[in-house]
Design a protein around this ligand. Structure first.
Ligand code: SAM
Length: 332
C-alpha cells in the first residue's frame, strides 16, 4: 500500500526553491539537499553506500547486525508500528524486520520518504522478502508523513499502538542545529509514555577529518555524480541549460562548524537559462553552490540535544571504532 502526498517534490515546489536558492548573490547560492533524491539521485545514493570510502553504511550495518536482537527484545512488546524517516532503499531496515519476525513480534512498517521512486521499489522488495509484513509506504516530507501515520494508527483498531521510530543513515546530520532541535521536539509530541514509544537515531560521530573527507570524495566519483545530478534535475524538470561538465564537485570538512560541506563549483564565468523560471542565472568562475551540510556529533552533544527536546538517551549502540552512534531515545 502506498500513500502519496500531493505536493511531494512537485515541479512548483522545486521551481520555487531553485528560484530562491540560485538567484542569490555570489557565495550565497544554495540548493536544499532534499532535492538530491529524484529517481537517478536515489539510485546514485545506493551506489554511494557501496563505496569503500563511505563508512557510514558499512558501520551502521555492523551495529545493526550486532545489536538488533538486543534492541528488539528490549522493546518488550508483542506488536509494534515501526515508522522510518527517509527510508530510501530500506536495505538496513531488513535486519531489524528480521528480528521482529524471529522474536514473534507482529510489526506494521511505515516507511516515509520524499523519493517516490525509492519508496515504490523498497515496498515491492520488502513485500516479497517478508511475506507476512504489513507495510504502508508514505511518500512525503518527514513531518507530514509522521502526522499522517499517527492519525492512521490512532484511528485503526488493528494497527499496533506502540511506535518504534527509526532515523538511520545519520541523515539527521543534514539538518542545521536549530532544525535538529525543532525536528526532535516535533517527534517527541508523537511519542507516548503509556505505550513506551521509542525513537532510534543514528549519528555520525566526529573523527579524523581525512576519513570524513574521503567518504564524501570517493575514488569512483559517485558522490560527485550524485551532487552534480542536481543540475541534471534542474535541466530535466525545469528546462535548465546547465552543461554539467562545466561544474565540479567539492566536499571538505569545516572544523569550526564540525560539518562536511558539499558544493557544486562553476569552472567558468557562465550564464544559465532556466526556462520554467523565465530567468537567467550568472555564475562566476569558482563560484560555489552550497548543496549539503552533514554535521558530525560528539556523544555529549547528543545528550544535550535529547535533553533540550524532552527526550532521554536510554541506550547507545556504537561500532568497534566508536565512529557511529545508534541512539535509543525515550520520552522523559
Ligand atoms: C541519506 S539517504 C538515507 C537512506 C537510508 N535511510 C539509509 O540509511 O541508507 C536520505 C533519504 O531520506 C530521504 N529524504 C531526504 N530528505 C527528506 C525529507 N525532507 N523528507 C522525507 N524524506 C527525505 C531521501 O529521499 C533519501 O531516501
Amino acid at each position: 500500500m502506498l500513500e502519496q502526498e500531493r505536493n511531494v517534490g512537485t515541479q512548483e515546489e522545486f521551481a520555487a526553491h531553485i528560484r530562491n536558492g540560485l538567484c542569490q548573490g555570489f557565495g550565497k547560492k544554495w540548493i536544499n539537499p532534499k532535492f538530491f533524491y529524484d529517481r537517478t539521485g536515489s539510485c546514485l545514493f545506493d551506489q554511494i553506500c557501496l563505496q569503500p570510502e563511505y563508512y557510514p553504511t558499512r558501520i551502521e550495518i555492523e551495529i545493526l547486525k550486532r545489536y538488533s536482537k538486543d534492541i528488539i527484545s528490549n522493546l518488550k512488546c508483542t506488536s509494534a508500528s515501526m515508522i522510518e524517516f527517509g527510508s530510501g532503499s530500506s536495505l538496513k531496515t531488513g535486519i531489524i524486520l528480521e528480528q521482529f519476525f524471529s522474536q514473534g513480534i507482529r510489526v506494521m512498517y511505515f516507511p516515509i520518504d520524499i523519493s517516490n521512486a525509492a519508496l515504490v521499489s523498497s515496498v515491492r522488495r520488502l513485500s516479497s522478502e517478508f511475506k507476512n509484513l504489513d507495510i504502508m509506504g508514505v511518500s512525503s516530507e518527514y513531518l507530514k508523513g509522521i502526522r499522517k501515520i499517527c492519525s492512521f494508527i490512532d484511528a485503526s483498531s488493528r494497527t499496533p499502538k506502540k511506535k518504534v521510530m527509526i532515523f538511520l543513515g545519520s541523515s539527521i546530520g543534514n539538518f542545521e542545529p536549530d532544525k535538529t532541535r525543532m525536528f526532535l521536539k516535533s517527534i517527541e509530541q508523537y511519542m507516548q509514555t503509556d505505550t513506551d514509544d521509542n525513537l532510534f537515531i543514528s549519528f555520525d560521530l566526529e573523527k579524523d577529518s581525512h576519513i570524513l573527507e574521503l567518504a564524501y570524495n570517493d575514488r569512483a566519483g559517485i558522490t560527485s555524480k550524485f551532487n552534480l545530478n542536481l543540475l541534471n534535475r534542474i535541466n530535466n524538470d525545469l528546462g535548465g541549460t546547465f552543461n554539467v561538465s562545466n561544474f565540479t564537485h567539492y566536499a571538505r570538512y569545516n572544523k569550526t562548524n564540525r560539518r562536511i560541506e558539499m558544493f557544486i563549483v562553476s569552472r567558468y564565468d557562465q550564464k544559465i537559462h532556466i526556462r520554467d523560471l523565465g530567468q537567467t542565472i550568472s555564475l562566476k568562475k569558482n563560484e560555489r553552490i552550497h548543496t549539503e551540510n552533514s554535521y558530525k556529533y560528539s556523544r555529549q552533544e547528543i545528550n544535550h540535544l535529547a535533553k533540550d527536546s524532552g527526550l532521554v538517551v536510554a541506550k547507545e549502540y556504537l561500532d568497534a571504532k566508536g565512529w557511529f552512534d545508534l541512539v535509543s531515545l525515550s520520552k522523559r
